[in-house]
Design a protein around this ligand. Structure first.
Ligand code: DHB
Ligand code: FE
Length: 285
């Protein structure tokens, strides 16, 4: 059986791709961000997961406003990267795990989630950058399942619904018959707003509350409605929904192993987290 060994989260700002292409990882502006990946990189080298399920939001590359699924899941052997308009260099394709994809899709449909299934799918910076930052030279080889959540066009799914989606994904992974160590990744956030009167908005207190909730009072986050989430996180900071879905997938005992918080990266408060997931100990009757 597959098991979930941990959860990872990271922000996904396009400018990170520009900095990587220019080799600016040690530049004083960028180092506090890139250095935040050293601990997750060491952990991934030790744990050596066999597959990654990546929960993120598409930014108009694969889905546009004319057709916007609430949830979509890749079921392709390969995912090509493309530039959705930031001028980033196009990366090599990423590898899919179609067997895990279809198992997750079938389990979700049984659980009354009805995702769009994508046997062809382009992946944007929200998938490609965290993959390269976490997995480095394995990024394009590690079998992955992309899961897209609509954080872009209202009405958005609620945080509670995203958490339940994550729980259903967690149950799907843990019932997958292949003997795999799987990590679940959530990308996006933390607080940021790119447009309008509140452009540049960042909310450190709310970001800390979200990071603390990953091993603490997640229910208090799940009660926030989407209007209040936009108010608290900024109109693009709602991407923390992907973190909440990732956290939902960790069904065991969850422990924080690492966090990094740094701002700004472009217009965004950047957060990185590593959560360990251990099977729940059988409780004495
Ligand atoms: C920025 C952040 C994002 O999440 C995004 O998708 C695009 C741009 C930014 O801070 O520049
Ligand atoms: Fe984004």
């Amino acid at each position: 059986m597959a098991r979930i060994v941990g959860g990872l989260a990271a922000s996904h700002v396009p400018a990170i791709g520009g900095a990587m292409a220019k080799g600016l990882q040690k530049d004083p502006y960028w180092a506090p961000f890139f250095d935040g990946f050293a601990a997750p990189n060491r952990w991934l080298d030790e744990v050596k997961p066999d597959a990654a399920v990546v929960i993120y939001n598409d930014h108009g590359l694969n889905f546009f406003l004319d057709k916007m699924p609430t949830f979509a899941i890749g079921a392709a052997p390969e995912y090509r990267n493309a530039d959705e308009g930031w001028g980033l260099p196009v990366m090599a394709p990423f590898t899919g795990d179609t067997s895990l994809s279809w198992h997750i899709i079938e389990t979700l449909v049984d659980a009354e989630f009805d995702p769009v299934t994508c046997q062809e799918m382009l992946v944007d910076h929200a998938f490609s950058l965290p993959m390269e930052l976490f997995f480095r030279d394995r990024a394009h080889a590690i079998p992955a399942v992309p899961v897209v959540v609509n954080t872009v066009q209202h009405p958005l799914p609620t945080l509670a619904r995203c958490f339940k989606l994550g729980q259903a994904i967690g149950r799907a992974i843990e019932s997958h018959p292949e003997d795999l160590k799987v990590v679940v990744i959530g990308t996006g956030g933390l607080s940021h707003q790119l447009e309008g009167e509140r452009a540049g908005f960042i909310n450190k207190e709310f970001d800390k509350r979200c990071m603390d909730a990953m091993t603490g009072d997640i229910d208090s986050i799940l009660r926030i409605n989407q209007r209040d989430l936009v108010e608290l996180a900024g109109s693009q900071g709602v991407e923390v929904m992907n973190w909440v879905a990732m956290r939902g997938a960790l069904l065991g005992d969850v422990r924080e192993l690492h966090r990094n918080y740094h701002l700004p990266i472009s217009n965004t408060a950047s957060g990185i987290m590593l959560l360990e997931n251990r099977p729940k100990l059988a409780r004495a009757a």
